[in-house]
Design a protein around this ligand. Structure first.
Ligand code: GBH
Length: 494
């Protein structure tokens, strides 16, 4: 009792001198959007329903099933193609204000090109969008969450720059059909992750083994595609539709092992994963960060390449790309420790970064080898983004935890409450401009190469039952309480 009274009167002084009381510190600001996220291939099923074309995940799971740990596929998954009304009901029951989902390119354009539009695909997303709006839930659409139409992979996929134009044409179809109702758009989900799909023949689709080359080519195409889509929206739709466009980027927080390793982490953040996408779009000067250009150019030359493995933007492209955002989408999961040193094969992006990374064995784990629970990294990373890019609006497009299943997901509950508290500190104490949050994921789903063995859902899905029933886990109940009260319940606050 006495302790609580004391706590109530403790004020935290922010860097800007603002006082934040304890109640505010655990409360979501007015206008902050709360919701949940999914992706098309991971939940929809209906892989060949009603004229959908084949995509690279259909190809991987059908032709190289051994690459998926349980040899499963997204052929049916949560069957959201037939059960989307149940997904909307889950969102509604939670008090979610926003639903982030992705559109399957090949369901809309079976061959990837805009000369042939599949009306059944348009109808499916129209129904979903309309039902969300009827229930007071804002749709947030990811245009691309890794399921490239196979016909475009047949042309080489993302390393082929022509995809920067084809993506723009695909996006135009989306704006034309859905832009009257969809006001929050993400061009790409985690380009950092799908550039890695071109670095190993046992990795994510399309599983192509050209590290240090095809990954940079992929990044280059994706950045230009993003800019093309943003500028096209400005020219053709923005005035009328008034939507906002971002890109969902991911990066683990990098904690230097010692003070001598600060530079290594500084290279990791700009170099290896995040800034390669963020710098051209969000920085004032545009282009790749100079540390990336210098290192990759120099290492390429040492390796005997006549042409640097890092493609170059023209100055027109730098200007065209700079500032093509209304907000930054950010997926936070975990952290790494970084140390000066060289690892990885030659050539590779890992080697180019000049950093060795590992995770502290004391960090609590999850069902995913890479996912350790490091909530303080979330706050640090949000501050890093805010400092680096002049405090842009940041939407947390993913944050979540994996286990092996079960309704009593105590560790997931802890993961969410601890991360939300760190995010609220970033908002209230550090004055980072975070505007929304969608938990990954609304439902258990096809976890890519881990199949159905790792579960990220706040709702359990029974994948044996043909009707794929959904059941709230403990985490869904706690998030419901949080979304409805718009604060972290006292029992999770120390
Ligand atoms: C997100 O990626 C995705 O956007 C989402 O689709 C996915 O379901 C979710 O996370 C959970 O994984 O197996 O050691 O080679 C998070 C970033 C990048 C983390 C790829 C896992 C593979 C690590 N992911 N990474 S490993």
């Amino acid at each position: 009792m006495r302790f609580q009274t004391v706590c109530f009167f403790i004020f935290v002084t922010t860097a800007f001198g603002a006082d934040v009381d304890n109640e505010t510190l655990v409360t979501f600001p007015d206008g902050f959007l709360l919701g949940a996220a999914t992706a098309s291939y991971q939940i929809e099923g209906g892989w060949d329903a009603d004229g959908k074309g084949v995509n690279i995940w259909d190809t991987l799971t059908h032709e190289r099933p051994h690459l998926v740990v349980d040899q499963s596929s997204g052929d049916v998954a949560d069957d959201s193609y037939h059960h989307y009304t149940e997904d909307v009901k889950l969102l509604k029951d939670m008090g979610a204000q926003v639903y982030r989902f992705s559109i399957s390119w090949a369901r809309i354009l079976p061959d990837g090109h805009d000369n042939k539009v599949n009306q059944a695909g348009i109808d499916y997303y129209n129904n979903l969008i309309n039902l969300l709006l009827d229930n007071g839930i804002q749709p947030m659409v990811t245009m691309y969450h890794w399921d490239l139409p196979q016909k475009l992979q047949d042309l080489g996929g993302w390393p082929n720059r022509v995809l920067a134009t084809y993506s723009e044409n695909y996006a135009r179809v989306l704006f034309k059909n859905f832009g009257d109702r969809v006001k929050l758009w993400l061009t790409f989900n985690e380009p950092l992750t799908f550039m890695d799909a071109y670095t190993s023949d046992t990795g994510m689709a399309p599983s192509i083994n050209a590290p240090g080359i095809a990954d940079y080519l992929t990044a280059h195409t994706v950045i230009l595609a993003h800019a093309n889509i943003y500028r096209m929206y400005e020219r053709e739709f923005k005035e009328q539709q008034q939507g906002k466009i971002g890109i969902a980027l991911n990066i683990h927080w990098c904690e230097p092992v010692s003070s001598g390793d600060v530079a290594a982490c500084d290279r990791y953040l700009p170099g290896r994963p995040l800034e390669i996408f963020a710098h051209p779009i969000f920085s004032e000067e545009g282009d790749y960060p100079s540390v990336v250009k210098e290192r990759v150019d120099a290492i390429s030359a040492e390796e005997g390449f006549t042409t640097s493995r890092l493609p170059k933007f023209t100055s027109e492209e730098v200007n065209f790309t700079k500032g093509t955002y209304d907000f930054l989408g950010y997926n936070y999961y975990t952290a790494v420790m970084g140390q000066e040193g060289v690892e990885g094969e030659s050539p590779s992006r890992t080697r180019d970064s000049g950093m060795i990374q590992f995770q502290d064995p004391n960090w609590p784990g999850s069902a995913s080898s890479w996912l350790k629970v490091v909530p303080w990294g979330f706050r640090k990373l949000l501050n890093w983004i805010a400092n680096q890019y002049g405090n842009p609006p940041i939407f947390i497009t993913e944050n979540g935890f994996s286990d092996y299943g079960g309704l009593n997901d105590t560790n997931r509950v802890l993961y969410y409450t601890e991360h939300l508290k760190e995010m609220l500190k970033a908002i209230h104490i550090d004055e980072v401009n975070v505007i929304g949050y969608t938990a990954w994921s609304l439902v258990d789903n096809f976890e890519w190469l881990r199949g159905y063995t790792e579960r990220y859902g706040i709702h359990e899905v029974n994948f044996i039952d043909p009707s794929r029933p959904r059941t709230p886990k403990e985490s869904a109940k706690v998030l419901t309480e949080i979304y409805q009260t718009r604060k972290i319940p006292d029992r999770f606050v120390d």
